[in-house]
Ligand binder design. Structure first.
Ligand code: PGA
Length: 264
């Protein structure tokens, strides 16, 4: 074998490996502050939280999804840190007579990179539908924001054996004509949100692997959300299909969110 053919063989082997290796999915740990924290409180949080990231493995993406009024202050104070900023909703138009709404360019101008869309609280209390979720996803992506699309079943739907049909429906409608290369999905069983009743890690893993079979892009990170706490994060993140978490209550306190991002 000549040195040249040996080199060709090696290149071919590397190429084959590239083709067969499973895609690397990003790990995204996001805090959802909901309607909590004034600007002053958000800065107080940062003081406690930022130093605890010194040892956090660099491949973990850390996101804080804060109320609109906190975003500008956080953006200025996060400069140079590895924490990314997220919003909790975005309108489907860029400007217009939509009292009370915020658009994608308004968010990206101040450094926001992620946006939660279709959270069950938006669906339940503010009339969000799969159709408006889809419009918001498109608007976010047009401005290069990464949407975190929330899906999940109620207790009743779970008891009636409708988990998969419900989530498949949400995905089909919500993801119509959406670029899956710039997307995060959060599986949030509604009965586990804010209740302290976590979905078993293995069960969350099972549903997330089902969700993955309905996606066209293999590298979409899929998070679990619903009563994630410092005492269950290690087990949740040990599951092979779970690529991160969306954390409500336990993200409000610096030490507890720090324990979550520094999961073992
Ligand atoms: P929780 O909320 O962690 O307080 O259950 C999760 C969410 O609503 O995203």
């Amino acid at each position: 074998m000549t040195p040249q053919s040996l080199k060709l063989d090696l290149n071919f082997a590397i190429f084959l490996n590239f083709l067969t290796e499973s895609p690397v999915r990003k790990i995204v740990i996001a805090g959802n502050w909901k309607m909590f924290k004034t600007q002053a409180e958000s800065l107080e949080f940062l003081q406690g939280f930022i130093p605890s990231l010194d040892e956090t493995p660099s491949e973990r993406e850390i996101v804080l999804c804060a109320p609109f009024t906190d975003l500008n202050t956080l953006s200025k104070n996060l400069h140079g840190s590895r924490v990314q900023l997220g919003a909790q909703n975005v309108h489907w138009e860029e400007t217009g007579p939509y009292t009370g709404e915020i658009s994608s360019p308004m968010l990206t101008e101040i450094g926001v990179r992620y946006v939660i869309i279709g959270h069950s609280e938006r669906r339940q209390y503010f009339g969000e539908t799969d159709e408006t979720v889809n419009w918001r996803l498109k608007a976010a992506q047009r401005c290069n924001l990464t949407p975190i699309l929330c899906v999940g079943e109620t207790k009743q739907q779970r008891d009636d054996g409708e988990i998969e049909s419900h989530i498949t429906h949400q995905l089909k409608k919500g993801l119509a004509e959406i670029d899956q290369q710039n997307l995060v999905i959060a599986y949030e069983p509604i009965w586990a949100i804010g209740t302290g009743e976590t979905c078993e890690a293995k069960e969350a893993n099972r549903v997330i692997s089902l969700i993955r079979t309905h996606l066209s892009h293999p590298s979409v990170p899929i998070q679990y959300g619903g009563s994630v706490k410092p005492n269950n994060i290690d087990e949740i993140m040990a599951q092979p299909e779970i690529d991160g978490v969306l954390v409500g209550g336990a993200s409000l306190e610096a030490t507890s969110f720090a324990r979550i991002v520094n999961y073992q």
